[in-house]
Design a protein around this ligand. Structure first.
Ligand SMILES: C[S@@+](CC[C@H](N)C(=O)[O-])C[C@H]1O[C@@H](n2cnc3c(N)ncnc32)[C@H](O)[C@@H]1O
Length: 309
């Protein structure tokens, strides 16, 4: 059982709305694939309450019409055991748990999945664990098929930990370098360059903290747009009485996928809170203008991306 603060429930609540509509919208396809790169614990609890809620794998397993192929990646051994139990005995679904690091296992696992199938990937790390090479492998998996048949690439819903980057890079350049944090950020973006300039501007006071935080997110969205996705959506996750912790980014080639996720993301939601009788209405700020044009507002030019090799 893993304990979560109320805002973590929001992701699950959005996913729970999205997945059954995704499978209904794709019900004529022979197969439907769900990939959970950070599958988590099957049992979850809102901290300080007795309110349990399912993890993302259970939501995917229960969506109707069903996903035909499901892959759950998880590093933690206890959680792997719980997931194996959850996924076992499903006669109409090929559901498997992949123990270990999703960044190392993804490319191999993708090879055995049908490229024609509508495919949804949930990438939900705790922090900075998701590597760009995994995003690239997912976006390339169906690319050739999608180009040949005017189809769609793998749809992804990604947690981008805005507060994690700000915290990790911090205000002490020397200390961050000593701890090899820049390498971690480079693996997340799959490249060096623009984010380093933003960090430098933050350290020198050229950028305010909130602007640097947004810039990292927009840079990541630029990287995703560079993979050729037709639609990008972003949804900040803001705890009650707090600042944005992370943002959920959705990328798809499907106009239907975009409108279903817009509906799910924009729906009013509540955050369960310990010690209160009623759930609090969430206090999310909207991203006015997604990410285009933001570079023009910077007081300096950004360098070109330099891919991690
Ligand atoms: C935020 S939790 C996932 C929650 C889950 N998606 C849900 O909504 O119920 C992140 C999980 O990823 C696992 N994890 C961390 N790094 C990983 C990696 N490189 N590969 C696979 N799993 C990883 C952690 O053990 C943790 O259980």
């Amino acid at each position: 059982m893993r304990e979560w603060k109320g805002h973590s429930y929001e992701k699950i609540s959005i996913l729970g709305d999205y997945l059954p509509v995704f499978t209904q919208a794709t019900q004529r396809a022979r197969n439907r694939v769900y990939i959970d790169a950070f599958a988590g614990d099957p049992k979850n609890l809102i901290k300080g309450t007795d309110r349990e809620f399912p993890g993302s794998p259970e939501l995917a397993l229960e969506a109707m019409p069903p996903f035909t192929h499901l892959r759950f990646f998880e590093m933690n051994r206890n959680r792997v055991r719980g997931l194996e139990k959850l996924a076992s005995g499903r006669s109409n679904q090929d559901a498997r748990v992949i123990p270990g690091d999703c960044n190392k296992e993804m490319a191999r696992v993708l090879q055995e999945l049908p490229v024609q199938a509508p495919t949804f990937a949930f990438l939900d790390p705790d922090g900075m664990e998701l590597h760009w090479s995994t995003i690239r492998a997912l976006s390339d998996h169906k690319r050739a098929y999608a180009e040949r048949s005017n189809g769609t690439k793998v749809e992804m819903w990604i947690l981008f930990c805005t507060s994690g980057i700000v915290r990790m890079l911090g205000s002490n350049h020397k200390e961050a370098v000593k701890r090899e944090y820049p390498q971690k950020v480079a693996e997340l973006f799959g490249a060096w360059g623009p984010w380093e300039r933003i960090w430098e501007a933050r350290l020198s006071g050229e950028l305010e903290p909130g602007h640097a935080k947004k810039a990292y997110l927009y840079l990541y969205m630029d990287r995703l747009a560079g993979l050729g996705y037709k639609h990008l959506l972003v949804r900040p996750i803001v705890p009650n009485k707090g600042n944005e912790l992370y943002a959920m980014i959705f990328v798809t080639d499907s106009p239907a996928g975009k409108s279903i996720m817009s509906w799910a993301q924009e729906k009013d939601r509540v955050q369960p809170e310990a010690g209160t009788l009623f759930d609090a209405e969430e206090t999310r700020q909207q991203y006015e203008d997604l990410h285009t044009g933001w570079r023009d507002e910077l007081p300096f030019e950004l360098p070109e991306w330099e891919d991690v090799v």
